[in-house]
Design a protein around this ligand. Structure first.
Ligand SMILES: Nc1ncnc2c1ncn2[C@@H]1O[C@H](COP(=O)(O)OP(=O)(O)O)[C@@H](O)[C@H]1O
Ligand SMILES: [Mg+2]
Length: 269
């Protein structure tokens, strides 16, 4: 396969992405080599934003699919629909990405039904082929096409892990919440707040993440810190913003919420 040319440098409208390591170079090289990429990381840590950013940088159409436990191969590939003129074929997002040589991004891929593996496997290895069973069409993916999948290893249970035969087809990258300096830049940019407020919100976020005695299912995400900063910017008191955007989203247990608010009061008291 010929390595595709990278069409343009950063386009001015690429969504803001704060790099945290070599992830951009790794993704770009994977794309050039026609390799699929797997991104694992907790919710709200920047996986989707990263893929959006890279699609812009590489000037590729992006088809994003939020996977759920009812998502089947037909949802990805396409199906026959019945209209006034009779039946017609409608491409699914995966087929469209293959035809256009773009990125198909399957978010929370471990949720999808097992029959999706049948269409993903031949696309994710050297064959780079999509076979559309219903129409008998076999598509060879053009050089630009890239399959990207993500999942949250925290949600994983034994039944839902990705099969080794699937995951061994991917270049894998681990994402996590950013270090404080980078997270401050992200919060300042995304919430349009000054550096001092961003730093304060991030310090609180990092303190909340260190609280291990509470059995929270998840820790405060970068997304929630951005929400909090936005609410403060628009005039809510820090305490109101932290309750609505951090403590309540993280727990249903009133005692845990109160304990989280104690930490808030230390930072914004
Ligand atoms: N590295 C980053 N650069 C820019 N924005 C980021 C970054 N990480 C997180 N964000 C912000 O956090 C929000 C949530 O990230 P998202 O990509 O939706 O998370 P995920 O897909 O991992 O659940 C994004 O909308 C963006 O505002
Ligand atoms: Mg996402």
């Amino acid at each position: 396969m010929n390595a595709p040319e990278i069409p343009t440098a950063d386009r001015p409208d690429a969504p803001f992405y704060q790099p945290l390591g070599n992830e951009q170079a790794l993704f770009e090289q994977a794309w050039r080599h026609g390799m699929p990429v797997l991104i694992k990381g907790p919710t709200g840590c920047g996986k989707t934003r990263f893929v959006q950013h890279m699609a812009h940088r590489l000037n590729l159409p992006l088809y994003t699919v939020a996977c759920h436990d009812d998502l089947s191969a037909a949802d990805l590939v396409g199906r026959h629909l019945i209209g006034a003129q009779g039946t017609w074929w409608q491409d699914g997002p995966l087929t469209r990405a293959v035809r256009e040589g773009g990125i198909c991004y399957l978010d929370e891929v471990v949720e999808a039904r097992q029959d999706t593996a049948v269409v993903l496997h031949p696309l994710a290895d050297d064959r780079r082929e999509l076979f559309i069973e219903r129409t008998g069409e076999a598509l060879q993916a053009p050089p630009g096409f890239m399959l990207v999948v993500s999942y949250n290893p925290g949600y994983q249970n034994l039944l839902k892990g990705m099969k080794p035969s699937t995951r061994q087809r991917f270049v894998a990258m681990r994402f996590d919440y950013p270090p404080a300096a980078e997270e401050e830049r992200i919060v300042a940019n995304e919430a349009q707040v000054d550096a001092a407020l961003a730093a304060q919100v991030v310090r609180l976020g990092q303190a909340l993440r260190r609280l291990e005695q509470h059995d929270l299912e998840e820790v405060a995400s970068t997304r929630l810190l951005i929400f909090t900063a936005r609410m403060i910017r628009s005039g809510m008191t820090p305490r109101q913003a932290c309750l609505a955007c951090l403590a309540e989203p993280l727990s249903d247990d009133p005692q845990t919420v109160a304990a989280l608010m104690d930490v808030v009061d230390v930072h914004f008291g």
